[in-house]
Design a protein around this ligand. Structure first.
Ligand code: AMP
Length: 283
């Protein structure tokens, strides 16, 4: 954006603390792994609207990857990210090295309980420990009054909220809606890794969620019937291999048999080596 000063980039814990010690409050933090897209930008704009200082962290966190190949091929483009972040009005970018976040001697893990054991947690052992450990560090370093997370990663949001409540972390955890492509595919940094054929097939996740939502809107309240509606839609797309489909209690993530209140529809589907997730809250 013309006239917008570029954000300051800091790379060490000490630089981040120093930059924020003089910053106007409240501080809003947007944790990301970079390869930024309009989903991230929506979080930054929300943070900009609600805070005096906006900090974005860009850190591809090795501890939350359960497959080395996924970590290595994860897209990275810091120069493009910094331009986007500046255009969205952020003040500060924290882009540390792995050694800065996990220096020699590091030996702390933050682990949330049952909420991390189903869905993404079951499919990706150790993933949420990596997430909660790095988010705890980022919240501690920044002392942010608010931190912004996407509903796209619905279980992550619940787990981070639980961690903040349990550990007495004062940061308000703010949830932001899912940003989608016009064909319904939820924006994700991993979408660029899809082959053209897989990219054309990938909106099937959203179609499956919409099929279950249509059944719900027509009065279906049987959880298994909604899971079956999602499975049936996914089965029509041979390029995608479903890992799980879920219709769960949105507070506990326990699978529902009967839906008597709110529910969370969610799924993970593999297209070759690229794994996509999506979800839809009910009602
Ligand atoms: P990531 O860089 O994938 O770790 O994501 C950083 C933050 O952006 C997380 O809180 C995500 O939930 C959020 N995010 C990612 N994709 C989207 C999207 N399509 N819509 C809204 N938020 C998103």
């Amino acid at each position: 954006m013309a006239g917008t000063p570029p954000p300051q980039i800091v790379r060490t814990r000490a630089e981040l603390r120093a930059a924020l010690s003089a910053a106007a409050r409240p501080v809003g933090l947007v944790p990301t792994m970079g390869a930024l897209h309009d989903g991230h930008i929506s979080l930054i704009r929300r943070a900009r609207a609600e805070n005096a200082t906006v900090v974005i962290s860009i850190f591809v966190n090795p501890r939350q990857f359960n497959e080395a190949a996924d970590f290595e091929k994860y897209p990275r483009d810091e120069a493009a990210d910094v331009r986007l972040v500046g255009g969205a009005g952020a003040d500060l970018v924290f882009a540390p090295t792995v050694e800065e976040i996990y220096p020699a001697g590091f030996q702390t893990t933050v682990r949330v309980g049952a909420l991390t054991e189903s869905l993404e947690g079951a499919a990706r052992p150790g993933h949420f420990e990596g997430v909660t450990t790095v988010v705890a560090i980022l919240l501690g370093l920044s002392g942010a009054e608010r931190a912004y997370f996407g509903q796209k990663d619905a279980q992550q949001l619940l787990v981070v909220r639980r961690m903040a409540a349990d550990l007495g972390i004062a940061t308000e955890i703010v949830a932001c809606p899912i940003v989608r492509e016009p064909d319904g595919l939820a924006l994700s940094s991993r979408n660029v890794l899809l082959s053209p054929e897989a990219r054309a097939a990938a909106p099937v996740l959203h179609r499956a969620l919409m099929a279950a939502r249509a059944a719900y809107d027509a009065g279906e309240r049987d959880g298994e019937a909604l899971r079956a509606a999602m499975r049936a839609t996914l089965a029509a797309e041979p390029l995608g291999t479903p890992e799980y489909v879920s219709c769960a209690d949105p507070a506990t993530l326990v699978e529902l048999n009967r839906i008597g209140g709110p529910a969370l529809l969610s799924m993970a589907v593999r297209f070759g080596r690229v794994r996509l997730i999506d979800n839809e809250p009910l009602p």
